[in-house]
Structures are given as structure tokens and as C-alpha cells.
Design a protein around this ligand. Sequence first.
Ligand SMILES: [Mg+2]
Length: 243
Amino acid sequence: MSLNPAFVLATDLDGTFLGGSERQRTEFYEYIERNRDRLLLVFVTGRHLDRIDRLYEEEPGVPRPDYIIGDVGTTIICGKTHEPISQVQDWVSSLWNNANDRIKEMLADEPGIELQPVNPARRVSYYYQPEKLQSSTVQKIVDAGFDCILSADKFLDVMPKGVSKGPTLLRFIEALNLDAENVIPAGDTLNDYSLFQTGLKSIAVGNSEPKLVDKIKTMPNVYHSSQPGAAGIWEGLKYYGKH
Ligand SMILES: [Mg+2]
């Protein structure tokens, strides 16, 4: 790993780094491994850490990241040691202020939501039923000073205010003193939109969800690949001359 990498790939996992055919993934992962000394690999994912670790068992060929921005931007750690990048992690913690129990209590009787069987430290994750969720529940979350992220008609996350993948990535770039010109985010769904709102040169892979494709139409900093997943990332890197 170089501290002055030629480029930094800050990629979402599901549908993006893990997307595309098996052959496309294998080829791209081999390319990554061949270039480890000149690139920095950062996973930027909604996944909780245990689900990232499980990935290495399920897909042995997946390159290990140098850094992980997990839990939708609320966990920021070194890929190898899992040590937090404290400059960024402390920022999230101070906004969150140990709110887990407070939020669970506040939302205990709300209809249409159910706690997920994960317990991340700086967000609270629910499943929700779109036909049962009340707008008053969302309002309650906002009024209490938190952000509410709904995704895939299934997941409801109560988040520290102002924290998501994009803002955390910007803090991470600052903490590691990276050249933002060389940092390239890649993603495929609405929860990657904040990555693109950073203004960084970005890649939306070919299988991106229509709601995201709609939003990036007017964003000159986002390249929309024709190919899906891993192949789409590679296509984007070539477009930016990073290969
Ligand atoms: Mg994804």
C-alpha cells in the first residue's frame, strides 16, 4: 500500500464491486491484485462488519480492502487491523452521542418496523413494511435530531444527522491527506447518491437502479458505465485514465 497511490477506488460492495458475472469479477479482482502497490482499495458499504468478514469466506477471490467505511458511513476502520480511523470515527460518535437505547425506546411501539438482528454502534437498523410505515414515525426520528434513510422498500436506518457514505468519505480523504482528484467512488443504488454528491469523479455501474440513474443524468462528475458491477467499475476507471 502506498501513501501516495495513483488512485483510490472507493467502492460500494453489493451490486457494484460484487456485481457482474463471475468471469468479470475474477478478471477485475486479478487486475486489482496486480496493481495493489499503486492503488488504495476502500469498501464503502451499508454492510455491518460481520457481513464483510463473512464475504471473504464466501468469495475467496475478493481482494481485501485497505480501508472499510461500513454501516452506511458510520464505521471507519483499517481493513487489516480493524483499528478505527479515529479522526473520522470520533466525528460520527460525537454526532451520535450513544443514542442507540434512546432511539429503540422512542420507536418501540411504532407500527410496521422491526429491529434488524444486527447491533451497529452508531446507527439503529430496522426492517420496515412500506404499507404499514407511518410518516409520523419518520417525523419522530427527524424531530429527535437524526436522519432517517429508507432503502430498497425494506431497510430503515436511523443515522447520525448529516452522516452517510459521501460525507464520511470526504472526512476520510481529509484524515488520510489523500488527493481528492485521485479518489473515485463507485456505486449502484440510491444510498450511493451521497458519494456522487461529493463532486468527486465517480462511476455509476451499468446495473444502477433507475432512481439513481435519474438523479445522475444532470451530474457531470458521474460516468454511467454500460457494463454491470465489477466490469462497470473497470470501464469507468479506464474512462478516467486510471488503469
Ligand atoms: Mg450496492
